[in-house]
Design a binder for this molecule. Structure first.
Ligand code: OAD
Length: 243
């Protein structure tokens, strides 16, 4: 097995020759900011999984319960800052102006860190959408009045993508296009089990990209990677980009 320094040299060599690197990120990149991942320890809320709460059916059945879950997540997120992994990617974008970050995270931490080009596949927890008039608005109230209402009287929902819902068409199209064009993809902190996000890595690979996974644990998509780095993103990425 290669030691970490040679792995870093190998990745840097590939990266140097890359025209358009892409990053696919998941909850693990925010773990070192103190945000619990979905499938890791602390991922349950009142003994329920995200899949039990982040659905249109759950919201229809009990909007108050679903909003309590999102209010809890917003409280957690209100106090957190981007971590060295997010900042390492900002540094990388200074080098590669076209660097696209495709994230499944709704926490907004990539943008808060200063990354210029972020595709938020699953929306953003700091926005609401009105079920009546469709208006989308930034809302940073912590706590939020539950259930929140729009000026039109309609009920608001979090502007995030729930299980069983389609991803915003423009965002997923841009993500597919980036996966098709890229020659280098970092896959950071995702369990690779939620579609269509997980399909972006094999898709990039099929188009000839070099794939690097950064995750302390193996995932179902580890097998398509060229390099698997079993390290924490907040430790490895700053070392890789030299900050
Ligand atoms: P998961 O919670 O499924 O996976 C997090 C991954 O991050 C795991 O593979 C961990 O091993 C890894 N990880 C943990 N700490 C890490 C660290 N410090 N550095 C690097 N990796 C680390 O989160 P996602 O894959 O993002 O969807 O989950 C995908 C989607 O499922 C989410 O966007 C959300 C969820 O339910 C919706 O809400 C629609």
């Amino acid at each position: 097995m290669q030691d970490l320094s040679s792995t870093i040299e190998e990745i840097r060599g590939r990266l140097e020759n890359s025209r358009m690197p892409v990053v696919l990120s998941g909850a693990g990149i925010s773990a070192e900011s103190g945000v619990p991942t979905f499938r890791g320890a602390g991922g349950l809320w009142k003994n329920m999984r995200a899949e039990d709460l982040a659905t249109p059916e759950a919201f229809e059945r009990d909007p108050v319960l679903v909003w309590e879950f999102y209010d809890y997540r917003r409280r957690v997120l209100a106090g957190v800052r981007p971590n060295p992994a997010h900042y390492a990617l900002v540094r990388l974008a200074e080098r590669f102006k076209d660097l696209t970050i495709i994230t499944q995270n709704v926490d907004g931490l990539h943008s808060l860190a200063g990354s210029p080009k972020v595709l938020e596949l699953h929306g953003n927890i700091w926005r609401t959408r009105c079920l009546g008039c469709g208006r989308v608005e930034e809302n940073r109230d912590v706590p939020i009045t539950i259930p929140p209402r729009c000026a039109c009287g309609g009920m608001l929902r979090p502007d995030v993508v729930w299980f069983g819902e389609a991803l915003p068409a423009d965002v997923i199209e841009a993500a597919f296009e980036a996966a098709d064009r890229t020659d280098f993809m970092f896959v950071v902190g995702t369990s690779g089990v939620v579609q269509p996000a997980a399909s972006l890595a094999p898709r990039a690979k099929a188009n000839g990209a070099y794939l690097v996974e950064i995750n302390p644990d193996a995932t179902p998509i580890s097998t398509v990677m060229d390099v698997v780095v079993k390290e924490k993103a907040g430790e490895f990425l700053p070392r890789l980009v030299g900050i």
